[in-house]
Design a protein around this ligand. Structure first.
Ligand SMILES: [Zn+2]
Length: 492
């Protein structure tokens, strides 16, 4: 199948470093040059004059500070981004590799300045989605480097293509919504001496994320007509901007619209907010309720939900999609909602909420081993129905899985799927069948003890299929090798 991104991947854009372009002057912190390997000073927060605390005394995760001004009507953003990146590998790093996904759209990503530890650098290349920065000095293990990137994003119109062929277009704007997903440069994982940045594909997700801490300071050029904002982080109003924070997250998403209606629900200490368009009030409430129930069900079966908030957002495209503390549901699910739990809105809400465990907390290589989060999130739908609507479990198998007569081996990469439907049939639906057969083989007690242990061991990390099976093997003496042979192309 043709890769629609190919034309963009071969475009090498050359950027002029401009020291005069202070695109977000109101957010610009004083530049304090720091040495590689020292603990950096806290970037001066917007609207305050002095550092308040040092968050890096026990740094393990990268920290992203995104000072962002949105011109909503112009579909444009100006961003000053600070990345504090700790080298938690055993290798000295002479360069960093970042994903700049907006650069897959011509004219969207416009770099205005790039600095390392306060000094402007020209030793970088930006080729398609890949930004490679050669560091002035090697970053030693356990040392931290500060990268500052300033840029303007001119968002593309999110034109929707045939959903049977390609993934939905999320990033960009529609007539009533701005969707910021994978909108900022981020350092890709460095695993076993390799920077993990795969090529995009027409369906499935290709990005792999380290867990990181995020602070997004957001304001609008025209505050009087600012839209309603849904975001990955927990909001805090400070002067003329809003600060959103989320820790140990994989990615930070934002959706904005002047037409959003909002309903919120408190589930324990988690604030769940549902953002939807009129006349989808009933469906917006149902998505909220399913999310709250799912957080409870998965909290009991797998482990705790880690964030203070969850945003459930009606998207102007045809699919659901997960981000940290945030997920989208297609507008189509809202319009088809019939007031009952036997529909796409409910099971996809349960699915996307499950990704907060299988993706956000326990991450995996979404391109090469997509089943590792998709199989678990699909089977989590079943656990949701089993717990909340036990009378509907056979309906779920029939309507959600068997209807498609799924075939294929579960452990394919996104590049091997041979089309969207065969891909999801294998990685999602055959995966769910495998989980059910496995559960019957080893029994409920071992099955859920395994899931809890796998969650606990994988939390905050990027796991592999081998680790899934290694933990499984620690929880049962039953022979399930025939199931592995039936459902998987590799041996585990
Ligand atoms: Zn999924």
């Amino acid at each position: 199948m043709r890769n629609k991104y190919l034309p963009f991947l071969v475009i090498l854009l050359i950027f002029l470093l401009s020291s005069s372009a202070k695109v977000v002057a109101e957010f610009t912190s004083p530049r304090i040059p720091i040495l590689v390997g020292t603990v950096p000073p806290l970037a001066t927060p917007v609207g305050t004059s002095a550092p308040t605390a040092n968050p890096f005394s026990e740094i393990e995760l990268a920290k992203y500070i995104l000072n962002t001004t949105i011109d909503y009507d112009a579909h444009a953003l100006t961003v000053s981004e600070d990345i504090y990146y700790p080298n938690d590998s055993a290798d000295p790093l002479d360069r960093l590799v970042l994903a700049v996904v907006p650069n897959l759209w011509e004219g969207t990503f416009n770099l205005t300045s790039l600095s390392v530890d306060g000094t402007a650098v020209t030793t970088f290349s930006l080729n398609g989605q890949r930004l490679e920065i050669t560091l002035p000095a090697a970053l030693q293990p356990n040392a931290i480097v500060k990268i500052n990137i300033e840029y303007i994003l001119n968002l593309p119109f999110a034109e929707q293509e045939d959903p049977n062929i390609s993934r939905p277009r999320i990033f960009g704007y529609t007539t009533r919504q701005m969707n910021l997903t994978n909108w900022y440069p981020f350092v890709v994982p460095y695993i076993n001496g390799e920077w993990v940045l795969h090529e995009p594909w027409v369906y499935g997700e290709h990005l792999v994320y380290d867990a990181a801490d995020y602070e997004v300071n957001l304001n609008f050029t025209n505050p009087a007509s600012a839209p309603t904002v849904a975001a990955s982080g927990f909001p805090e109003k400070i002067d003329n901007y809003t600060r959103y924070t989320i820790n140990a997250a994989r990615t930070f998403a934002i959706s904005a619209s002047r037409e959003f209606q909002v309903s919120t629900l408190q589930a324990g200490d988690v604030t769940i907010s549902s953002y939807y368009f009129s006349p989808s009030e009933a469906a917006g409430q149902a998505a909220l309720q399913t999310s709250a129930e799912s957080i409870k069900v998965y909290g009991e079966h797998f482990g705790p939900y880690p964030h203070k908030s969850l945003a459930v957002v009606m998207g102007d495209f045809n699919d659901g999609m997960e981000y940290s503390g945030f997920y989208y549901l297609s507008r189509d699910f809202y319009s088809l909602y019939d007031g009952t739990p036997t529909n796409y809105l409910t099971f996809v809400a349960a699915h996307e909420t499950a990704h907060q465990w299988w993706f956000d907390q326990v991450a995996n290589d979404q391109a090469l081993q997509p089943w590792v989060d998709e199989t678990l999130s699909t089977y989590s739908e079943y656990i949701y129905y089993e717990t909340i609507y036990p009378d509907l479990t056979s309906w779920w198998w029939r309507y959600r899985i068997d209807f498609y007569k799924p075939q294929g081996l579960v452990d394919i990469s996104i590049y091997e799927g041979n089309g969207f439907r065969p891909y999801t049939n294998a990685a999602y639906f055959q995966g769910a069948r495998f989980m059910e057969e496995l559960r019957r083989r080893i029994g409920d007690e071992a099955f859920f003890a395994f899931l809890q242990d796998y969650f606990a061991k994988g939390r905050g990390r990027i796991v592999t299929a081998n680790e899934f099976f290694r933990v499984l093997g620690q929880h049962t003496s039953a022979d399930y090798s025939d199931l592995v042979k039936k459902y998987f192309k590799n041996t585990y």
